[in-house]
Design a protein around this ligand. Structure first.
Ligand SMILES: Cc1cc2nc3c(=O)[nH]c(=O)nc-3n(C[C@H](O)[C@H](O)[C@H](O)COP(=O)(O)O)c2cc1C
Length: 164
């Protein structure tokens, strides 16, 4: 759909994490070194979240909870996905205060996929051309925020991002 040579991506699916029962958070992060390496190496994140009862899935929260200082002063852009007509908006609003507590800086250009069952064909092709412009604006903003914060992390001292 959209070639972005200025962005190098890595796809992480929370369904691939075998999270232990009964223990959560950074205490168990050593069990997921690849996730830590991914976040340490990233300048920006895109979180794609299906809406579950007006919130985000517990598995997504458990994976995000594995790390903390690794996220600080990095950019995040949010994508909401839902079966209903409004859900894209509600899960994004639910994510904002949570990712803020992780130290992530949220862009103001979201992407929403309400009634997601009608948005793609069986091969996964997006059916609505209007998304091309939306996705471009969404990614432009994430790239700007990511570059700005990368410069800030490298050049402006902060007690929040010593070498990690
Ligand atoms: C437990 C659960 C709760 C859901 N709650 C909502 C909801 O509140 N609003 C909505 O529009 N869709 C809701 N959905 C539909 C999902 O958002 C939709 O199926 C999803 O975006 C696709 O993700 P999935 O592959 O995990 O089902 C819910 C789905 C599940 C499984």
């Amino acid at each position: 759909m959209l070639a972005r040579p200025d962005i190098e991506t890595e796809l992480v699916d929370v369904a691939d994490f075998s999270l232990p029962q009964g223990d959560y958070g950074t205490d168990i992060k050593d069990q997921f070194p690849q996730w830590r390496d991914t976040i340490v190496g990233a300048d920006g994140l895109v979180i794609v979240a299906p809406e579950y009862n007006h919130g985000y899935p517990g598995a997504l929260k458990s994976v995000l909870d594995l790390l903390l200082k690794e996220y600080i002063h990095k950019a995040v852009a949010l994508v909401g996905v839902s079966a209903g007509p409004w859900g894209g908006t509600r899960v994004i609003e639910a994510l904002v205060p949570m990712v803020r507590e992780l130290g992530l800086a949220v862009t103001f250009t979201d992407l929403q996929f309400p009634t997601v069952q009608s948005k793609f064909d069986e091969t996964g092709k997006l059916l609505d051309d209007a998304y091309e412009k939306r996705v471009r604006g969404f990614l432009d903003e994430l790239v700007w925020m990511s570059r700005t914060l990368k410069w800030g992390r490298a050049n402006l001292p902060s007690k929040h991002h010593p070498s990690i």
